[in-house]
Design a protein around this ligand. Structure first.
Ligand code: KG4
Ligand code: ZN
Length: 331
């Protein structure tokens, strides 16, 4: 079967065509990052307008690249949350129109389940599993006993990891989003600032990154007041070391509490090379399969939404034309 999927939750307009569980026929992604960069973050109205302009072009391109015709498509899937309400609505409206016009089933998909199922596009999943979800809006540990079952076992109490990357990047004068650049700069610097590793010793599986962000900003401001210039590479390395240490410690804690066969690391921050290395090392002696989706499937894309939709569809999940966007949708 072929599923056509749509993703418009934030700043990427994306349409994909998936054959069965994992054979991606096309995955067209139109990024709006350049339009938001000059504002140093996402402007929701600008995002919605871009989605409206791009969605039809992405549809046509995704179908063309897939090599199949519209009448071969069995279902249309769409991200209906979490995300920016105006952005989500563009995808939801497009999905409903396409489903209605072509008499197709409509599959509602949670964006975070999409990030997890990006892993399914590269490997079969063995359950039970834990997913560490690290993106611009979320930092979560999720336990899955089987396909389509999600139990939130840990989450951030304040900022998401990606959000912290973007905020400290802004303080260093880097362009938005700055996760990738900080990751690259880290290699050239050393962890000399010893930023706080919040909640690392606590028994729970929750995270907190706002204290780290404040410590970082204070360090930079104090140096500025003294007329000192700090090394961006050392600042990056110190920030990244603090984030990674906490993410790894909490993931190991989760693996101890929930013995699983697979660990998936997904979301935009899963592209981080330092995190990949640290988690590979930390789990090297464990009997678990570690899956990082390829970097191009870590950021927002409709291919991952289609992969999650395939599972939902096989479990009988569908929506009618009253489907609405849910900005704070939980797993
Ligand atoms: O999943 P995603 O594409 O969008 C959301 O759903 O939020 O994640 C975007 C986030 C941004 O905060 C960006 O700075 C971060 O992922 N990111 C990275 C890296 N690449 C992207 N963070 C750290 N290291 C990277 N290499
Ligand atoms: Zn995302």
């Amino acid at each position: 079967m072929y599923i056509l999927a749509i993703e418009t939750s934030c700043d990427e307009t994306s349409v994909a065509v998936l054959e069965n569980a994992a054979d991606l026929k096309s995955n067209v992604i139109a990024s709006q990052i350049k339009s938001h960069q000059r504002f140093g973050g996402i402007v929701p109205e600008v995002a919605s307008r871009h989605h409206v302009e791009q969605i039809t072009i992405c549809f046509e391109e995704a179908i063309k690249q897939s090599g199949i015709s519209v009448n071969e498509i069995s279902a249309v899937a769409v991200t209906y949350g979490p995300g920016l309400v105006g952005a989500l609505l563009v995808g939801v409206a497009a999905a409903k129109a396409f489903a209605w016009a072509n008499n197709l089933s409509l599959i509602p998909v949670n964006h975070m389940s999409g990030h997890i199922y990006a892993a399914r596009l590269v490997e079969e999943l063995t359950f039970p599993l834990i997913a560490l979800l690290v993106s611009g809006g979320h930092t979560e540990l999720v336990y899955m006993s089987e396909d389509g079952s999600y139990e939130l076992i840990g989450e951030t109490r304040d900022d998401a990891a990606g959000e912290a990357y973007d905020k400290v990047g802004r303080v260093m004068g880097l362009s938005y989003p700055s996760g990738k650049e900080i990751d690259e700069l880290s290699v050239e610097g050393s962890d000399i600032f010893n930023f706080p590793r919040a909640m690392i010793k606590e028994e729970n599986l929750d995270f907190s990154f706002s204290g780290l962000k404040s410590a970082f900003i204070n360090t930079v401001h104090n140096a500025e007041q003294r007329g000192e210039e700090l090394s961006i590479a050392d600042l990056s390395a110190s920030f990244q070391a603090a984030v990674i240490e906490v993410l790894v410690a909490k993931t190991l804690k989760a693996l101890k509490l929930y013995p699983v066969k697979t660990l998936i690391v997904a979301g935009g921050v899963a592209a981080n090379q330092g995190l990949r290395q640290a988690l590979k090392q930390a789990t090297a002696d464990m009997d678990i399969k570690l899956i990082f989706p390829p970097v191009k499937l870590c950021g927002d894309n409709a291919g991952m939404i289609a992969a999650a939709a395939y599972v939902a569809y096989s479990k009988g999940v569908s929506a009618d034309l009253s489907l609405n966007a849910v900005p704070n949708l939980e797993l």
